[in-house]
Design a protein around this ligand. Structure first.
Ligand SMILES: Nc1nc2c(ncn2[C@@H]2O[C@H](COP(=O)(O)OP(=O)(O)OP(=O)(O)O)[C@@H](O)[C@H]2O)c(=O)[nH]1
Length: 381
């Protein structure tokens, strides 16, 4: 499972997002459901099972006694107070929890009617009858207060436990989210590194390490990318490079190869791509609208190297480094690359045979590299 997650590109990301979403849901759950429940719980307890109803009932029993103690008491008002006191005491919870409730209700009921029917009842008699009711109401008040604090304590404990669990749960989910995110980040970086390395490796596989230009494979790839474009392909070879190496040494030969790359790029005004085909031979690929333009590019290149006058005392054709260039102008979609290459190579061959230090762009029908040498080294533009 872990292995499958590691291999999947976005598995850890989804797990991380799921964790953070769970956190949001927890918060919403707490705010929307648990908090209103708490409010409702306390308000219910205050209104119904609290001590206020017993207190009110006791106030009305007191009112009855006060009324009866007046010089001219109203039996009707006293009876009504008892009726109201009865109403406040007649609560199911009181009946269930306090044994004195039933008796007290019976006393209130009986005196309510006796006050209306008896012309002048003895106040002492009424007081004596109502005293146990008052005691009962006081017991209920105290009992309900105690009950309420017990309930509140229980609730506080419950709430604290709930909060602790919630806190632990939240922390766990949060940490899990972070861990998943960390895995995702690690995986993303590993993937990025692997892709970068692959790209670097691929670039290296297409590059000549000495000069930094592309190699033969890179040339093939580039040709395949522009099948419909008219291009010029030039094969450039240093004349008598072997004696140059022999004269100055291999490292100096390397320097000349690198220098030549810079010179070719400059001469092509940055519009050409360079490839090293091996040894002292380079291929130049340049977009070209006509054969005449390609010819001019060849002439410019050979001249540019002349102008540099790079010392080559061992060259049998002069004291400076010179180039031989063979070219072909073609559209990759119309001509096989191998044929175009062979035509350019044949042109180069002809230049070499004609004494080097020159250029030729092949004209169709193309002759291949093995063809006999024809014409002068520098043809007209
Ligand atoms: N310095 C250096 N020399 C190289 C490198 N690769 C090949 N060479 C040398 O390049 C020389 C190429 O010589 P040849 O192909 O015989 O041609 P050339 O002497 O240039 O004669 P022509 O091309 O006929 O004018 C050989 O002596 C190789 O050793 C390289 O990477 N660095």
């Amino acid at each position: 499972m872990i292995r499958r997650l590691w291999e999947s590109r976005s598995g850890w990301l989804w797990l991380s997002l799921a964790s953070f979403s769970t956190l949001v849901l927890l918060v919403i759950f707490e705010m929307r459901l648990v908090a209103p429940e708490v409010d409702r719980y306390f308000s219910q307890h205050d209104n119904v099972t609290g001590h206020q109803l017993a207190t009110r009932s006791r106030v009305f029993v007191h009112d009855t006694l006060e009324e009866l103690l007046k010089d001219e008491p109203s039996h009707e008002a006293a009876s009504m107070s008892l009726e109201i006191a009865y109403g406040f005491l007649d609560i199911e919870i009181y009946r269930d929890r306090y044994a004195c409730t039933e008796n007290s209700l019976a006393v209130l009921e009986s005196w309510q009617s006796r006050l209306m029917s008896t012309p002048s009842p003895q106040v002492g008699q009424v007081t004596k009858a109502l005293l146990p009711v008052l005691e009962c109401l006081t017991d209920i008040e105290i009992g309900q207060r105690v009950q309420r604090s017990v309930t509140v304590n229980e609730f506080v404990d419950e709430a604290r436990n709930h909060q602790t669990l919630l806190l632990i749960g939240t922390l766990i989910v949060y940490l899990l989210g972070l861990v998943f995110w960390w895995f995702h980040e690690k995986q993303r970086r590993a993937t990025e590194r692997a892709s970068r390395e692959t790209l670097e490796w691929m670039a290296k596989a297409l590059q000549d390490p000495l000069t930094g230009v592309g190699n033969r494979n890179a040339l093939h790839q580039q040709i395949a990318k522009q099948p419909d474009e008219m291009v010029g392909l030039l094969l450039v070879d240093i004349d008598h490079f072997k004696p140059y190496n022999d004269c100055f040494g291999h490292p100096e030969g390397d320097r000349l190869l690198r220098k030549l790359v810079g010179l070719i790029e400059l001469s092509m005004e940055g519009e050409a791509r360079l490839y090293r085909m091996g040894g002292d031979e380079f291929a130049v690929l340049v977009s070209c609208r006509s054969r005449a333009i390609l010819r001019k590019r060849c002439a410019d290149l050979v001249d540019a190297v002349h102008r540099q006058a790079i010392e080559h005392p061992a060259s049998p054709i002069g004291a400076i480094v010179t180039l031989s260039v063979g070219g072909v102008w073609f559209r990759p979609a119309d001509m096989e690359f191998e044929d175009a290459y062979a035509a350019a190579d044949a042109a180069l061959y002809r230049i070499k045979q004609a004494g080097r230090d020159g250029w030729e762009v092949a004209d169709p029908p193309y002759e291949m590299a093995t063809a006999p040498v024809t014409g002068p080294s520098n043809v007209d533009l």
